[in-house]
Design a protein around this ligand. Structure first.
Ligand code: ADP
Length: 575
């Protein structure tokens, strides 16, 4: 999409397809013009007949036929261009939102919660669809019709137009009252929908915990009170909306009656002819519909706008930072794989997590971070992957500031194997192949062999085509973990981040996974988060984190000799 000045991406989408929109506008004008001229022709014919004159029926019917044909053609083309405009602009807007999701910085999801993001992707986008697909088109039709018919009414009698205009402030005032109430209720509706999605999502992802702790009533209660609040809000909104429809109808009758009566007076006074009255009456209904409908459709647009602003807020969320450096050659020859220089980090300024943290990880070495819960081990991993940037200090990846790296290229250097394995609801093959979309069947199978999962897969009825279910629910924890290790094999990244991958499996499986991990670690730089010290005794360096800084570091033996935090942690651990 061409860059336009508007910061509002929705408007940019509208502008992008404005030729179609203008075409529609032009066609509505042709249609309204054909209606006016057709009715005027009938009115003139009536006047001629009443005056005792003769009309040329051939010319009369041919002209009427041509005007009708022009009207039909314009109406057909108008609906085609309106549909095209709607479909194209809706698709573009959705595409931009989807693309933005991939670029958004990680913090956005922390701050907003996934429920709000899902609602924006579903319901709020549906409101944008409604505005682009119907509402804008109605507004455009009505605006053009009002202008075209107003010119006709002014030509018939300026006083008539004046009477209609007198009623307009009343229409505007009523619609404004409605809009204010409806938009604030719409905002509340969206917030409450977010809440319900959030609770439902929590229930679904934690269904096992929820059932095992018998917490159904607690969550059920939360869900039903949120639903009650939503229903209450919706009742109010529907009531106002229905009232608005009633008001719209009443407001439609008023000009119809007043203008018809006044037009009759004008005929009696001889100011307009009988034919003029007939034409006026025929046009009046259409004029009033558009005249009264316009402010109410604008009200609806403002209601949609509330939701579009929520999508715009997502679209204007901060993008993940990225530099431009992409190494031309493998960077494995560099002596230092990772270094932190005086890195400080916080999620919220009140609670610092890392304080002036410095360490160096030589390429090809194995290091481990240990420490109590909440000391910042996972945060270090998030920074290493570039999900968060240091608030102060520098993170160097292969001797270059991470900020100059193209984020995608930097992530190509890193494979993450975590204790919380996430599998997509797809086949085993697809779940392994995500690591390298260009990989062939042989490479995928070799990766699975290395991860010690190939034989298991071959014994499944659908083998590599087996569906793993949502989040891999159809597989055991150990099987999921080995698939994630196969993914890391396939990625073949020089740096391996391991977040205690064996912490959630039984002893037998732990052994198999441990062996696979050892094979995976060969020749790579390994960074391990350890919750159990028994798994990291072989590390070249162990960093002990305390209060956001490194309190101790060294090999297992040197740390044991220091008789400090590590020794006491080791003493507390059961083997
Ligand atoms: P560890 O992995 O050592 O258990 P973490 O790195 O997960 O510790 O967390 C370090 C601290 O940062 C903890 O106090 C935790 O509550 C806090 N924290 C972690 N993630 C977030 C977040 N997204 N927003 C705010 N605080 C967070």
């Amino acid at each position: 999409m061409k860059k336009t000045k508007s910061r509002n991406i929705f408007l940019n989408c509208v502008l992008h397809y404005c030729p179609l929109f203008f075409l529609e506008t032009g066609l509505v004008w042709v249609l309204a013009g054909a209606i006016v001229e057709g009715n005027r022709l009938i009115g003139t014919a009536v006047d001629t007949l009443f005056a005792g004159g003769a009309i040329e029926y051939g010319v009369f019917f041919t002209t009427l036929l041509l005007l009708t044909a022009a009207g039909f053609a314009a109406a057909f083309l108008k609906s085609v261009s309106a549909s095209l405009f709607g479909i194209k602009s809706q698709t573009l807007y959705k595409k931009l939102v989807a693309e933005k999701l991939y670029r958004l910085e990680f913090r956005y999801f922390d701050d907003n919660g996934s429920a709000a993001v899902i609602n924006k992707m579903n319901s709020d986008i549906a409101e944008a669809d409604a505005l682009l697909g119907e509402n804008l088109s109605f507004i455009c039709d009505e605006a053009v019709e009002v202008l075209t018919y107003a010119v006709f009414v002014a030509q018939t009698s300026r006083k008539l137009l004046f009477i209609m205009c007198l009623l307009y402030p009343l229409v505007l005032w009523m619609s404004e009252r409605v809009v204010r109430k409806l938009t604030s209720l719409k905002k509340v509706f969206r917030q409450k929908s977010d809440k319900i999605t959030e609770i439902a999502q929590d229930c679904m992802s934690g269904i096992l915990v929820l059932r095992s702790f018998g917490a159904e009533q607690y969550f059920g209660g939360k869900l039903s009170s949120a639903a009650d609040e939503l229903v209450e809000n919706e009742e109010k909104r529907t009531r106002i909306s229905n009232n608005a429809i009633l008001v719209r109808r009443i407001l439609g009758w008023l000009p119809n009656i007043l203008c018809a009566v006044y037009a009759y007076v004008l005929v009696c006074r001889g100011d307009i002819s009988l034919g003029g009255l007939l034409t006026f009456i025929l046009i009046l209904g259409r004029f009033v519909d558009a005249f009264v409908g316009l402010p109410f459709d604008l009200v609806e647009a403002r209601e949609h706008w509330v939701c579009i602003r929520r999508v715009e807020e997502l679209l204007h969320g901060k993008d993940e930072e990225s530099g431009s450096y992409r190494p031309q050659m493998p960077v494995h020859n560099s002596k230092t794989a990772i270094a932190f220089e005086q890195v400080s980090f916080h999620y919220t300024p009140q609670t610092p997590v890392l304080k002036n943290l410095s360490f160096t990880i030589p390429a090809g070495s194995t290091v481990a971070f240990v420490g109590g819960s909440g000391e910042g081990k996972s945060t270090i991993f998030r920074i290493l992957c570039g999900f968060y940037r240091p608030c102060e200090g520098v993170y160097l990846l292969y001797d270059r500031d991470f900020n100059v790296w193209d984020t995608e290229a930097a992530r190509e250097q890193i494979a993450l194997v975590s204790q919380n394995v996430f599998l997509f609801p797809d086949t085993i093959r697809a779940n392994v192949a995500y690591a390298d979309t260009g990989a062939g069947e042989e490479e995928i199978i070799q990766a699975c062999r290395n991860a010690g999962i190939h034989d298991f897969i071959m014994n499944l009825p659908d083998q590599y085509d087996t569906q793993v279910g949502e989040r891999g629910i159809l597989l055991s924890g150990g099987e999921r973990q080995r698939i994630s290790i196969a993914r890391a094999f396939l990625k073949n990244a020089p740096i391996l981040l391991m977040d205690e991958p064996t912490s959630a499996v039984d002893l037998e499986t732990e052994k198999i996974i441990q062996e696979a991990m050892e094979r995976l670690a060969e020749g790579r730089t390994c960074v391990i988060i350890a919750h159990r010290l028994s798994t990291v005794q072989h590390a070249d360096t162990i960093f002990v984190l305390k209060d956001g800084a490194i309190a101790e570091s060294g090999t297992h033996e040197t740390l044991m000799r220091q008789n400090g935090i590590y020794t006491s942690m080791y003493g507390r651990e059961e083997f």
